[in-house]
Design a protein around this ligand. Structure first.
Ligand code: GLP
Length: 243
């Protein structure tokens, strides 16, 4: 596991964008696994900047996103499809037909999950998977559970996740109660993983996930078993790590 510590959010974002840029330069037709949430916003801004400066070309890149709220259409400004368009896809030369997000409007969870796993397989798997982390250790929307889930599935969101994500919605009642997410198995099959965290509120969970026991009660702890993980945090998020 490689650890990079940026001074603050801005520096964390710059380091993360450097790593993603290197992936795109070295393998222009790579498959990027992308994430939402507030943490990667600065990274996406940097990638857009580099594209505009002429240093990055996304024309051959394919992307698969980690998760999507069940019941939200891509036009809904709270959907993760909308987030991706707004923060990255609308500003770079990626072919939108090759950007995949689980279909939040598919009511049949088994069908939505099966189809998404087929897409990931058909594009050849993920080269670099970007991840944020929830306060309870969730990655994608893989909430703490009794066992690790393999493939894409529908999850009931934890009360703490609904609470954390309500800041993006008008009212707490508007936060969807379910989501589709890639499974831990899918995430672990990515050839490289890039985990980001920023802020003191993530310090405790970062220390538990990276140095505590590997358990489905802290889903991100499984990353200790992956052989190519890079963690980029700011000083605040690394402040409880015991080296
Ligand atoms: C959401 C997303 C995760 C994200 C997490 C942390 O629940 N599904 O992919 O990593 O929240 O979000 P933030 O980066 O806003 O703290």
């Amino acid at each position: 596991m490689k650890l990079y510590c940026g001074k603050d959010y801005k520096e964390m974002s710059r380091i993360a964008a450097n790593i993603i840029s290197a992936q795109v330069v070295l393998k222009p037709d790579c498959v990027l696994g992308l994430a939402t949430g507030s943490t990667p916003v600065g990274t996406y801004e940097k990638l857009v900047e580099r594209y505009k400066e002429g240093d990055l070309d996304f024309s051959q890149v394919t992307s698969v996103n980690l998760d999507e709220y069940k019941g939200l259409s891509g036009d809904n400004d709270q959907s993760y499809r909308y987030f991706m368009n707004k923060n990255l896809f609308d500003h770079v030369n990626i072919d939108k037909n090759r950007t995949y997000v689980p279909d939040g409007l598919e009511p049949d969870s088994d069908k939505a999950s099966r189809e998404y796993d087929e897409i990931i397989e058909s594009v050849g798997g993920v080269d670099l998977q970007l991840l944020g982390i929830g306060h309870n250790g969730h990655i994608g929307f893989n909430e703490p559970a009794d066992e690790f889930c393999r493939g894409t599935h529908c999850v009931d969101l934890a009360a703490s996740t609904i609470e954390a994500n309500k800041r993006f919605f008008e009212k707490e009642e508007d936060v969807p109660r379910q989501a589709y997410t890639m499974g831990i198995g899918t995430i672990m099959r990515a050839r490289k993983i890039l985990l980001l965290a920023s802020g003191e509120d993530k310090a405790e969970i970062i220390a538990r996930a990276l140095t505590g026991p590997v358990t489905p009660k802290v889903p991100a702890s499984i990353l200790q078993f992956h052989n190519d993980v890079t963690v980029v945090c700011d000083e605040a998020a690394f402040s409880k790590m015991k080296f």
